[in-house]
Structure formats: structure tokens, C-alpha cells
Ligand binder design. Structure first.
Ligand SMILES: NC(=O)c1ccc[n+]([C@@H]2O[C@H](COP(=O)([O-])OP(=O)(O)OC[C@H]3O[C@@H](n4cnc5c(N)ncnc54)[C@H](OP(=O)(O)O)[C@@H]3O)[C@@H](O)[C@H]2O)c1
Length: 313
């Protein structure tokens, strides 16, 4: 059986369960594409899965390969694939339910990838899909934000947040963002109209009558976020548990939880914005694939600015 190098875990646990080793090379089925991975990125869901935090929601067959971002080159295409051929440079978001891209090769469905941004290298391209799609879908598909409206983006310096700020500003939305003191200048550079240092300021003291909140912290941050919304506004949660319908009703606002989905049209549009220099992915660190454990340790601090990338080639 043909093999490839991959990082897998054989049992749930800490970062040291991630092992760089040989694994079976996957083959594309009908409607699928085999991508030679140049880079993938680390998302918090990776270490949540690795640690076993999500095992009650989804069964992952062990040993398992994480990694739900990819930038690389099409190696081969299965039956019925019409949009891609070997040699095409692509980026995308493999299915969360399947084996991922911490590997030399990954199989994706045709609809999960698009042409990679031409002006970005693989490291920057791999940083975008999962967080970019989540940000896009939260702001526009779910909150339906339009020019002139106002959004509060929590964790605005993080993976989802830093792209959400840029997308919202491009559409003419007024943006308030939260981060620690260390990231205040960075949020201004991203384009935030109002920058809030959560270490010194309670955001609900300075934000009122907003159209939407993008909420990725849960707990106390979620509880305090209701009151910044105007009547009919919406809280879009990115982490479970789902926001309380009772709380939403009590504040006369709406609430939704979303799980970002692969979307080829949106990937194509985001690649266009990146190529035009209108959207920039911040790379906090790039590690070789075999150092995935170090990358997880860094992500687990929950204070990364932008993204952590794993380089395969
Ligand atoms: N539903 C979905 O489809 C979906 C998709 C992607 C991510 N998520 C979830 O959304 C969350 C964020 O994801 P991510 O990729 O953006 O994570 P991330 O990149 O690890 O977020 C790190 C950022 O969080 C900020 N932060 C930490 N504590 C904060 C606080 N109390 N208030 C404001 N900011 C704070 C940090 O800024 P400072 O260093 O300045 O504190 C840092 O820049 C994760 O829980 C992830 O699992 C969900």
C-alpha cells in the first residue's frame, strides 16, 4: 500500500500524542480531488479534537489525521471532477468529519476547494479557509450585515477575528473589536473603528445599540454581550453551547450558533480580495509539519495573533 508522511494521534491526550509517521496515502473517489499538501493551519478545533473534548459529539476513527485547512497542488482527480486537473494550485477546507491535511496528501470534495490566491504563498493561503469562511458566514450569511451597520467582534486579533474585521470593513460596516492591551495597535491597523482593551474596559460600557455581535468566547463574555445589541439585533455564537433562546427573548434580540461550512464561491471571492491586497492573513508562526505538537502548545495559549501554519513542503 502506498504511504505518506503524516502527523496522527492514536489516543486522545496532550500535544505529545501527535506523532509524525508513515500513514496510508489516500485515494480520491468520485467527485473528489487528491491534493499534495504544501501547507495546512492549526485551528482551536484541532486541539479540542486531539484532547478528546469533542468525542461525545463526533466519533473520530483512531489513528486520526487532523487539519482542516489546505493549500497545495492537485495531484489527481476522481471520476466526475470537472473543475480541477493535476497541477492546479488550490486552497480549501476539507470536511471536518474526515481525515485532514496534517499530511503530504489529503482528499477533498471538489466543492471544498477553489483556486488558491495567486499572489499569496501556500503558507498565507493555508491560513485563510476555515477562519475566513466562518467569519464570512457569521457576518454576512447569518447576521446579514450591510454598510452603515455596527458589529462587535470579540477576539478580534485571533484567527477568525482578524479576517472578520477586514471583511466587515470592506463592506462598510462599523467595527468594534476586543483584544488585550498587547493587541490594541494591531486592531487599529486592521481597521477597527473602536478598539476595546478587555483587560481595562468592560465592552458593554462602551458599546450600545449594535446590529450584531460575533461571539467566540462563551461564558461571561456571551452573557454580557446581549446588552450591547439593539432591539432586533443578532448574537452569532461560534462555540457551544448554543445561545439561550430565553436570554435572546428577554433582550428582544436574535441569536444563532453557526458551524462554518466549505463554500467554493466564498473561497473564490476571498481569494480575489486577497489577490487584490484587500485582505491579509497574519501569520504568528509557521512550523514544519513534524513540529505539530509545538504548534498545538502555542494555539492552546489562546493568545495567538492571526494564525499558526504547518509547512509540509
Ligand atoms: N463555529 C465555527 O465554525 C468556528 C470556526 C472557527 C473557530 N471557532 C471557535 O471560535 C473560537 C475562536 O477561534 P479562533 O481561530 O479565532 O481562535 P484563536 O485564533 O486561537 O483566538 C486567539 C485570540 O483570542 C483572543 N482572546 C483571548 N481571550 C480573549 C478575551 N477574553 N476577549 C477577547 N479576545 C480574547 C486573543 O487576543 P489577546 O491575545 O489580545 O487576548 C487572541 O488573539 C475558538 O473557540 C474556535 O474553536 C468556531
Amino acid at each position: 500500500m502506498p504511504t505518506m508522511k503524516a502527523v496522527r494521534f492514536h489516543a486522545y491526550g496532550g500535544p505529545d500524542v501527535l506523532i509524525y509517521e508513515d500513514a496510508p496515502k489516500p485515494e480520491p473517489g468520485a467527485g473528489e480531488v487528491l491534493v499534495k499538501v504544501h501547507a495546512t493551519s492549526v485551528n482551536p478545533i484541532d486541539w479540542k479534537v486531539r484532547a478528546g473534548h469533542l468525542k461525545n459529539f463526533r466519533e473520530y476513527p483512531l489513528p486520526f489525521i487532523l487539519g482542516w485547512d489546505v493549500s497545495g497542488v492537485v495531484e489527481s482527480a476522481g471520476l466526475g471532477v470537472s473543475g480541477f486537473k493535476p497541477g492546479d494550485e488550490v486552497y480549501g477546507r476539507p470536511d471536518l468529519g474526515r481525515s485532514g491535511a496534517y499530511a503530504e496528501y489529503v482528499v477533498v470534495k471538489e466543492g471544498e476547494i477553489s483556486r488558491k490566491p495567486k499572489n499569496l504563498d501556500h503558507v498565507h493561503s493555508a491560513a485563510i479557509p476555515l477562519v475566513g469562511l466562518t467569519a464570512w458566514q457569521a457576518l454576512f450569511d447569518t447576521a446579514g450585515l450591510k454598510a452603515g451597520q455596527k458589529v462587535l467582534i470579540h477576539a478580534a486579533a485571533g484567527g477568525v477575528g482578524h479576517l472578520a474585521v477586514q471583511f466587515a470593513k470592506l463592506k462598510g460596516v462599523y467595527v468594534a473589536g476586543t483584544a488585550s492591551g498587547r493587541n490594541q495597535e494591531y486592531l487599529k491597523q486592521l481597521g477597527c473603528d473602536l478598539v476595546i482593551d478587555y483587560e481595562t474596559t468592560r465592552f458593554e460600557d462602551v458599546v450600545h445599540d449594535y446590529d450584531a455581535v460575533v461571539e467566540s468566547m462563551g461564558g461571561d463574555v456571551r452573557n454580557r454581550s446581549w446588552k450591547v445589541l439593539k432591539k432586533g439585533g443578532i448574537l452569532v455564537a461560534l462555540i457551544g453551547p448554543p445561545p439561550s433562546e430565553e436570554d435572546a427573548k428577554a433582550h428582544r434580540v436574535r441569536a444563532s450558533i453557526i458551524w462554518g461550512q466549505a463554500n467554493r464561491e466564498q473561497l473564490t471571492e476571498i481569494a480575489r480580495l486577497a489577490d487584490e491586497g484587500q485582505v491579509h492573513a497574519e501569520i504568528a508562526a509557521a512550523f514544519p509539519l513534524r513540529d505539530a505538537a509545538k504548534a498545538h502548545q502555542m494555539s492552546e495559549t489562546e493568545h495567538v495573533r492571526g494564525k499558526i501554519v504547518l509547512q509540509v513542503i
